[in-house]
Ligand binder design. Structure first.
Ligand SMILES: [Zn+2]
Length: 226
Protein backbone atom coordinates (compact mmCIF):
# COMPACT_ATOMS: atom_id res chain seq x y z
CA UNK A 1 0.00 0.00 0.00
CA UNK A 2 1.34 3.44 -0.89
CA UNK A 3 0.58 7.02 0.14
CA UNK A 4 -2.63 7.26 -1.91
CA UNK A 5 -3.76 3.62 -1.55
CA UNK A 6 -3.61 3.94 2.22
CA UNK A 7 -6.10 6.83 2.10
CA UNK A 8 -8.76 4.11 2.19
CA UNK A 9 -7.98 3.66 5.92
CA UNK A 10 -8.41 7.37 6.51
CA UNK A 11 -11.64 7.87 4.59
CA UNK A 12 -14.16 6.39 7.10
CA UNK A 13 -12.46 8.34 9.91
CA UNK A 14 -12.75 11.59 7.94
CA UNK A 15 -16.42 10.88 7.18
CA UNK A 16 -17.06 10.30 10.91
CA UNK A 17 -15.29 13.57 11.63
CA UNK A 18 -17.55 15.48 9.19
CA UNK A 19 -20.60 13.79 10.70
CA UNK A 20 -19.50 14.73 14.24
CA UNK A 21 -18.92 18.37 13.23
CA UNK A 22 -22.37 18.69 11.67
CA UNK A 23 -23.98 16.84 14.59
CA UNK A 24 -22.47 19.19 17.19
CA UNK A 25 -23.51 22.27 15.19
CA UNK A 26 -27.07 21.06 14.63
CA UNK A 27 -27.56 19.86 18.23
CA UNK A 28 -26.10 23.06 19.67
CA UNK A 29 -28.22 25.22 17.33
CA UNK A 30 -31.35 23.28 18.19
CA UNK A 31 -30.99 23.60 21.97
CA UNK A 32 -29.58 27.12 21.88
CA UNK A 33 -33.11 28.13 20.88
CA UNK A 34 -34.68 26.40 23.90
CA UNK A 35 -34.60 28.48 27.09
CA UNK A 36 -34.12 26.79 30.45
CA UNK A 37 -37.04 27.12 32.88
CA UNK A 38 -35.00 28.82 35.63
CA UNK A 39 -33.68 31.43 33.21
CA UNK A 40 -30.01 30.94 34.06
CA UNK A 41 -27.42 32.31 31.66
CA UNK A 42 -24.23 30.36 30.94
CA UNK A 43 -22.43 32.89 33.12
CA UNK A 44 -24.89 32.46 36.05
CA UNK A 45 -24.43 28.70 35.96
CA UNK A 46 -20.64 28.91 35.77
CA UNK A 47 -20.41 31.43 38.64
CA UNK A 48 -22.80 29.37 40.76
CA UNK A 49 -21.07 26.00 40.15
CA UNK A 50 -17.62 27.45 40.85
CA UNK A 51 -18.67 29.24 44.07
CA UNK A 52 -20.60 26.20 45.34
CA UNK A 53 -17.47 24.12 44.81
CA UNK A 54 -15.42 26.69 46.74
CA UNK A 55 -13.39 27.70 43.68
CA UNK A 56 -13.29 31.42 44.41
CA UNK A 57 -10.05 31.94 42.48
CA UNK A 58 -11.55 30.84 39.13
CA UNK A 59 -12.96 33.70 37.04
CA UNK A 60 -15.64 33.56 34.35
CA UNK A 61 -15.07 35.62 31.19
CA UNK A 62 -16.61 35.91 27.74
CA UNK A 63 -14.63 35.04 24.63
CA UNK A 64 -15.21 35.79 20.94
CA UNK A 65 -16.18 33.11 18.45
CA UNK A 66 -18.49 30.15 18.10
CA UNK A 67 -17.95 27.00 20.24
CA UNK A 68 -14.71 28.55 21.51
CA UNK A 69 -15.63 27.83 25.14
CA UNK A 70 -12.77 26.47 27.24
CA UNK A 71 -11.12 26.40 30.64
CA UNK A 72 -7.66 27.95 30.92
CA UNK A 73 -5.85 26.10 33.74
CA UNK A 74 -2.86 28.46 33.80
CA UNK A 75 -4.90 31.63 34.31
CA UNK A 76 -7.74 29.84 36.14
CA UNK A 77 -10.42 31.26 33.85
CA UNK A 78 -13.57 29.66 32.45
CA UNK A 79 -14.08 31.38 29.08
CA UNK A 80 -17.55 31.21 27.57
CA UNK A 81 -18.36 32.22 23.98
CA UNK A 82 -20.89 34.94 23.18
CA UNK A 83 -23.62 32.39 22.43
CA UNK A 84 -23.15 30.81 25.87
CA UNK A 85 -22.14 33.64 28.24
CA UNK A 86 -25.34 35.68 28.05
CA UNK A 87 -27.68 33.02 26.73
CA UNK A 88 -30.37 31.38 28.85
CA UNK A 89 -30.61 28.35 26.57
CA UNK A 90 -30.27 24.72 27.66
CA UNK A 91 -27.27 24.40 25.33
CA UNK A 92 -25.54 27.37 26.98
CA UNK A 93 -26.08 25.97 30.46
CA UNK A 94 -24.75 22.56 29.38
CA UNK A 95 -21.59 24.00 27.83
CA UNK A 96 -20.96 26.34 30.78
CA UNK A 97 -21.29 23.44 33.23
CA UNK A 98 -18.92 21.33 31.10
CA UNK A 99 -16.19 24.01 31.24
CA UNK A 100 -16.66 24.20 35.02
CA UNK A 101 -16.19 20.42 34.99
CA UNK A 102 -12.64 21.08 33.73
CA UNK A 103 -12.07 23.65 36.50
CA UNK A 104 -13.21 21.04 39.04
CA UNK A 105 -10.86 18.45 37.50
CA UNK A 106 -8.03 20.95 37.86
CA UNK A 107 -8.91 21.73 41.48
CA UNK A 108 -9.15 18.06 42.40
CA UNK A 109 -5.97 17.06 40.59
CA UNK A 110 -7.76 14.72 38.16
CA UNK A 111 -5.00 12.41 36.88
CA UNK A 112 -5.78 12.43 33.15
CA UNK A 113 -5.92 16.24 33.12
CA UNK A 114 -2.56 16.47 34.90
CA UNK A 115 -1.04 13.98 32.47
CA UNK A 116 -2.51 15.90 29.52
CA UNK A 117 -0.93 19.16 30.76
CA UNK A 118 2.37 17.44 31.46
CA UNK A 119 2.79 16.14 27.91
CA UNK A 120 1.33 19.21 26.18
CA UNK A 121 4.70 20.95 25.49
CA UNK A 122 6.12 17.76 23.96
CA UNK A 123 2.99 17.26 21.92
CA UNK A 124 2.82 20.79 20.51
CA UNK A 125 6.47 20.42 19.48
CA UNK A 126 5.79 16.98 17.96
CA UNK A 127 2.65 17.99 16.12
CA UNK A 128 4.50 20.83 14.36
CA UNK A 129 7.35 18.57 13.31
CA UNK A 130 5.77 15.16 12.63
CA UNK A 131 4.08 15.77 9.27
CA UNK A 132 6.90 17.90 7.73
CA UNK A 133 9.39 15.17 8.72
CA UNK A 134 7.23 12.43 7.21
CA UNK A 135 6.78 14.40 3.95
CA UNK A 136 10.47 15.29 3.80
CA UNK A 137 11.35 11.65 4.48
CA UNK A 138 9.25 10.53 1.54
CA UNK A 139 10.64 13.28 -0.69
CA UNK A 140 14.26 12.37 0.14
CA UNK A 141 13.43 8.67 0.38
CA UNK A 142 14.98 8.75 3.87
CA UNK A 143 13.59 5.91 6.00
CA UNK A 144 14.96 7.29 9.28
CA UNK A 145 13.27 10.65 8.80
CA UNK A 146 9.91 8.99 8.15
CA UNK A 147 10.44 6.79 11.20
CA UNK A 148 11.21 9.78 13.44
CA UNK A 149 8.16 11.61 12.05
CA UNK A 150 5.94 8.62 12.82
CA UNK A 151 7.25 8.38 16.40
CA UNK A 152 6.49 12.08 16.94
CA UNK A 153 3.06 11.55 15.42
CA UNK A 154 2.52 8.78 17.98
CA UNK A 155 2.82 11.38 20.74
CA UNK A 156 0.05 13.38 19.08
CA UNK A 157 -2.17 10.27 18.98
CA UNK A 158 -1.49 9.65 22.68
CA UNK A 159 -2.57 13.22 23.46
CA UNK A 160 -5.82 12.79 21.52
CA UNK A 161 -6.51 9.56 23.44
CA UNK A 162 -5.89 11.16 26.85
CA UNK A 163 -8.24 13.98 25.84
CA UNK A 164 -11.13 11.49 25.70
CA UNK A 165 -11.43 10.59 29.41
CA UNK A 166 -10.83 14.28 30.27
CA UNK A 167 -13.76 15.36 28.09
CA UNK A 168 -16.12 12.54 29.09
CA UNK A 169 -15.38 13.13 32.76
CA UNK A 170 -16.01 16.90 32.50
CA UNK A 171 -19.37 16.20 30.85
CA UNK A 172 -20.48 13.62 33.39
CA UNK A 173 -19.52 16.02 36.22
CA UNK A 174 -21.52 18.74 34.46
CA UNK A 175 -24.64 16.63 34.00
CA UNK A 176 -24.54 15.38 37.61
CA UNK A 177 -24.24 18.97 38.93
CA UNK A 178 -27.03 20.32 36.70
CA UNK A 179 -29.30 17.45 37.72
CA UNK A 180 -28.51 17.19 41.46
CA UNK A 181 -28.66 20.93 42.15
CA UNK A 182 -31.86 21.39 40.15
CA UNK A 183 -30.26 23.95 37.86
CA UNK A 184 -32.17 22.07 35.16
CA UNK A 185 -35.40 20.09 35.45
CA UNK A 186 -35.38 16.37 34.67
CA UNK A 187 -36.77 17.09 31.19
CA UNK A 188 -34.03 19.62 30.49
CA UNK A 189 -31.15 17.40 31.57
CA UNK A 190 -31.69 15.08 28.61
CA UNK A 191 -31.20 17.73 25.89
CA UNK A 192 -28.23 19.18 27.83
CA UNK A 193 -26.69 15.70 27.78
CA UNK A 194 -27.34 15.47 24.01
CA UNK A 195 -25.39 18.68 23.42
CA UNK A 196 -22.44 17.45 25.48
CA UNK A 197 -22.51 13.99 23.86
CA UNK A 198 -22.41 15.60 20.41
CA UNK A 199 -19.39 17.65 21.49
CA UNK A 200 -17.71 14.52 22.85
CA UNK A 201 -18.20 12.77 19.52
CA UNK A 202 -15.98 15.38 17.81
CA UNK A 203 -13.14 14.40 20.18
CA UNK A 204 -13.75 10.71 19.49
CA UNK A 205 -13.67 11.42 15.73
CA UNK A 206 -10.45 13.43 16.04
CA UNK A 207 -8.82 10.56 17.94
CA UNK A 208 -9.96 8.04 15.31
CA UNK A 209 -8.60 10.24 12.50
CA UNK A 210 -5.26 10.42 14.32
CA UNK A 211 -5.18 6.63 14.90
CA UNK A 212 -6.10 5.97 11.24
CA UNK A 213 -3.28 8.27 10.13
CA UNK A 214 -0.80 6.56 12.45
CA UNK A 215 -1.89 3.15 11.16
CA UNK A 216 -1.47 4.39 7.61
CA UNK A 217 2.04 5.69 8.28
CA UNK A 218 3.02 2.40 9.96
CA UNK A 219 1.76 0.38 6.99
CA UNK A 220 3.66 2.60 4.55
CA UNK A 221 6.76 2.47 6.73
CA UNK A 222 6.56 -1.31 6.92
CA UNK A 223 6.26 -1.49 3.14
CA UNK A 224 9.43 0.62 2.73
CA UNK A 225 11.42 -1.52 5.08
CA UNK A 226 10.94 -4.66 2.97
ZN1 LIG B 1 -14.03 20.08 27.40
Amino acid sequence: MDWYGSMIILLPAILLSFYAQSKVSSTFNKYSKVKNLNGYTGRDIAESILRNAGLFDVRVESVKGNLTDHYDPRKKVVRLSDSVYNSTSIAAVGVAAHECGHALQDAKGYAFLKFRHAIFPVVSFSSNLAMPLIFLGFFLDAFNLIQLGVILFGAVVLFQLITLPVEFNASSRAIAILDNNNYLSANEVKPARKVLNAAALTYVAAAIVAIANLLRFLIILNGRRR
